[in-house]
Design a protein. Structure first.
Ligand code: GDP
Ligand code: MG
Length: 601
């Protein structure tokens, strides 16, 4: 295709503002998917995605749209490549690569809701990538829609005349044809050097059990053809392009990809880490000198231990993680053992949603019952002798004197109706946030805070939602490390550490964490033949203590020797319980108690 006849765009929107529905209508109106084959949320193909209404993996689809030339009147056929971006902050690197594959973006805003935090975050990313922005109001069919107000909000934000903002309904299809016209008119055609060595940017790679890894690319310069030897510039790995094609919407092989085109390539590799998002593909015969800018390795931000509740499931868990890793380059894991929980894996995730998605998939696709330890972030600990240690697990925290601890910080943007300003500020301050700025957008306010990521992974979003009746939205991006007064709190049973409960917390919160955990465990751990102290300690200093009193009587004494069936039941119950008992020193604890203490109930 002549680059002048190509338009590459994406839709950026806050979750639930109607991106998938609008994409459906575009596929239908352009005839890419026939009415007969149409089903809701056509491009969202993972089960969890559908159920939770989120897009996890981006996809690219090619549509055709005819439009007369404004000067000559001659009707031109345009190839519109729609690149679906993941909407969530955990995947912001993938979002940024999808945006880099486009020249323009549809900024979709629910006309009943207005601008939200993810709208803003993605809009800023799109502007950094110099994309042409087409603002669009969606859901104008809703009685609660207030297009005038929301149009003013948008115009205040990005400039322009509120009157010019398109009004559509992804549900009814109203306004969608005009929107397609506008995509052609307003979004610039891609430019590149067709004679230069090939350079294609990978903006997504997906594992397909039948075809292996499918790599989605945007051609920037030159051309890629099937059967050619290709080279991944970050790893220098060589592959053969077995198949090259475009999605329209099903995979359709082509004779190659040229400047400005968006498509996929299949090399037969089985592991997405061979085909990394952000990397540049070139050819072996005539390789490019420089890779395209912007490549970075996915870096896990949040770590948690995943343990099978039934210890015999451990091999299944290992196999399941091996499988998931094929399709998820950001997932990391290594074996770990815990006194309280047995054998499991320490896993690294991009963020909390990523953690949730992976544990959900393990439960659902592999039928595993799992317990996750409290999420932890990555700390840089400098010992007194100057040695630096990276700590992703509180149990690795060095003993002895510490010179300094650095923790990851994030720039947080919170958007909420302005009556909630007070309660949000209070919450952010209690989480060690420092205010960076505040701006009013009509009836709403955007608050920007610098906050430790460790405070956010700990139920921050739940608190934010409940304080604002669900109206606040949150987004964040990394902003480097910062020194903080952090300590490790250990929990001890009769003097023995229970590893899964160690936590790295700010020194002002240490006492709270200690009393909460010791109290919780006292209620959950059954009485033993002897008294058991439960302590919280920082190093050798005990900061909280509870006692489990010793039992005096035999459990069977209650039965007066009379009721045989009750006696048998008790014995059976005890036997059953024994199977799942964990020994911490001399103390016998049912695994359920640890699990309950970790899940906070
Ligand atoms: P996404 O999260 O941005 O992909 O949003 P979806 O496309 O999944 O839409 C979220 C919800 O809004 C769904 O229940 C849709 O049926 C509904 N929705 C989407 N577009 C419209 C619209 O134009 N009008 C109305 N009334 N509802 C819509
Ligand atoms: Mg969606």
């Amino acid at each position: 295709t002549d680059p002048a006849r190509i338009r590459n765009f994406c839709i950026i929107a806050h979750i639930d503002h109607g991106k998938s529905t609008l994409a459906d209508r575009m596929l239908q109106i352009t005839g890419t998917v026939s009415d007969r084959d149409m089903r809701a949320q056509y491009l969202d193909n993972m089960d969890i995605e559908r159920e939770r209404g989120i897009t996890i993996k981006s996809q690219a689809v090619r549509m055709h749209w005819a439009l007369p030339d404004p000067d000559t009147g001659e009707v031109g056929d345009y190839a519109l490549n729609m690149i679906d971006t993941p909407g969530h902050v955990d995947f912001s690197y993938e979002v940024s690569r999808s945006l880099a594959a486009c020249e323009g973006a549809i900024l979709l805003v629910d006309a009943a809701q207005g601008i939200e935090a993810q709208t803003l975050a993605n809009l800023y990313l799109a502007m950094e990538n110099d994309l042409e922005i087409i603002p669009v109001l969606n859901k104008i069919d809703l009685p609660a829609a207030d297009p005038e107000r929301v149009a003013r909000e948008i115009a205040d934000l990005i400039g322009g005349d509120p009157e010019d903002i398109l009004k559509v309904s992804g549900k009814t299809g109203a306004g969608v044809e005009e929107l397609l016209d506008r995509v052609v008119e307003r979004i610039p055609a891609p430019v590149g050097d067709k004679d230069a060595p090939a350079r294609a940017m990978i903006f997504d790679s997906v594992y397909d059990p039948y075809r292996g890894v499918v790599t989605y690319v945007r051609m920037v310069d030159g051309r890629l053809t099937p059967r050619e030897k290709i080279l991944m510039m970050s790893t220098r790995a060589e592959h053969e392009a077995l198949e090259i094609g475009v999605s329209s919407p099903g995979p359709t092989p082509t004779k190659g990809l040229a400047v400005g085109e968006v498509g996929y390539l299949i090399t037969g590799v089985k592991d997405v880490r061979q085909s990394k998002v952000g990397d540049t593909v070139t050819t072996k015969l005539k390789p490019a000198d420089d890779a395209l800018p912007g490549y970075t390795d996915p870096k896990p931000m949040v770590f948690s231990g995943l343990y099978p509740i039934d210890g015999s499931d451990y091999p299944v868990l290992r196999e399941a993680l091996d499988k998931l890793k094929l399709s998820d380059a950001a997932l990391q894991y290594e074996p770990e053992t815990s006194v309280a929980l047995g054998f499991g894996f320490r896993c690294g995730f991009l963020g909390l949603l990523h953690l949730e998605i992976i544990s959900e998939r393990l439960r659902r696709e592999f039928d595993l019952d799992l317990i996750a330890t409290a999420p932890s972030v990555v700390y840089q600990v400098t010992r007194e002798d100057g040695v630096e240690v990276t700590v992703t697990n509180p149990s690795e925290y060095p003993d002895g004197k510490i010179a300094a601890v650095r923790e990851p910080m994030v720039r947080t943007a919170i958007l909420a109706p302005k009556e909630y300003v007070g309660t949000i500020m209070e919450l952010c301050q209690s989480r060690r946030g420092s205010l960076l700025g505040m701006e009013y957008l009509g009836e709403r306010v955007e608050l920007r805070y610098a906050m430790p990521l460790g405070e956010i992974v700990f139920d921050f979003f739940d608190h934010l939602k409940s304080r604002t009746q669900g109206y606040a939205s949150l987004d964040y991006e990394p902003m480097g490390d910062q020194e903080a007064e952090l300590v490790k709190v250990d929990i001890l049973l009769q003097g023995d550490k229970v590893d899964a409960f160690s936590a790295i917390v700010h020194k002002d919160n240490a006492y709270h964490y200690g009393t909460m955990m010791t109290e919780r465990l006292r209620k959950l751990i059954p009485r033993q033949q002897f008294e058991v102290p439960i302590q919280a300690a920082i190093g050798a200093r005990v900061i909280a203590r509870e006692n489990i009193r010793a039992i005096r009587k035999d459990v069977l004494a209650k039965c007066y020797g009379g009721d045989i069936s009750r006696k048998r039941k008790l014995l059976e119950k005890q036997k059953e319980g024994k199977k799942r008992m964990k020994m911490v020193g001399r103390v016998e604890v049912p695994q359920e108690a640890f699990i309950a203490a970790l899940s906070g109930d």
